[in-house]
Ligand binder design. Structure first.
Ligand SMILES: [Zn+2]
Length: 243
């Protein structure tokens, strides 16, 4: 199983305030409220605490239809693992490839049923987050492909597997944007999409990939690229690393 390294693109103009709401309204946040998250490998409590603040932001926003819509509104390209459509029991055609992300996030975001705990079936998979200290590496987060599958079992849509991602603790609380929970929410969302089978091949100048647009949409609370929200996120001006 390959490891996909996160190389997030940062832009000077985010298109949203850093103070955007952390969770969405309505019923779509129920799954986020009950999701199980396991944290390991964080030697510094303040670092784990920052990631713990970031996770609910990530979960709330990736379950937001507005955030999902933002990815499609900016016209991002799609790049999928070789197995994800087969794993999902979906026909491999361009329409399904393009719409897979929307479909996966829609299914995962369904509110929990009252019987979830009794049946053992939950609306959102468990999430395992492991801190790894790699000071000489230039990755913020990384995750294996195809860890979580949303598939049609012949009767209904089901989910299999758990989210499983790594955070490079070298950068957590290292200053500027790296002290910001929204930035880490953006990275966490990005790595969760790797788990769902999304990739970002080497850029050939053809445009942005869905996985990158999604982490920007999470960061910007669904206003990524919106002309009417054109102001700079403060932490984007704070300098530091760029890749
Ligand atoms: Zn990545």
């Amino acid at each position: 199983m390959s490891v996909s390294m996160s190389r997030r693109k940062f832009f000077g103009v985010c298109g949203a305030s850093a103070a955007a709401v952390a969770t969405v309204g309505g019923g779509t946040v129920r799954a986020a409220n009950s999701v199980r998250v396991d944290y390991k490998g964080f030697d510094v409590w303040a670092d784990e605490a920052l990631i713990r603040r970031a996770v609910p932001i990530a979960l709330g926003r990736i379950q937001s239809k507005a955030v999902r819509q933002n990815v499609y509104d900016v016209g991002a390209r799609y790049a999928l693992s070789g197995r994800v459509l087969k794993n999902s029991n979906m026909t491999d055609n361009e329409k399904n490839r393009k719409n897979l992300l929307w479909h996966q996030l829609s299914i995962l975001s369904q509110p929990n049923s009252p019987n979830d705990d009794k049946t053992g079936r939950r609306a959102f998979p468990d999430i395992y987050i492991r801190g790894v200290f790699e000071p000489k590496a230039n990755w913020l987060g990384r995750a294996h492909l195809d860890k979580v599958v949303v598939k049609w079992d012949g009767t209904e849509w089901v989910q299999e597997g758990d989210f499983d991602l790594q955070i490079n603790t070298h950068f957590v609380n290292s200053g500027g944007r790296y002290n910001n929970a929204e930035e880490w929410a953006s990275t966490i969302a990005h790595e969760m999409l790797h788990n769902l089978g999304h990739q970002h091949p080497e850029d050939d100048g053809g445009g942005e990939w869905q996985i990158d647009a999604l982490n920007m949409a999470v960061l910007c609370g669904g206003h990524y690229g919106h002309a009417d929200h054109k102001h700079v996120c403060s932490f984007h001006r704070s300098g530091g690393h760029d890749w």
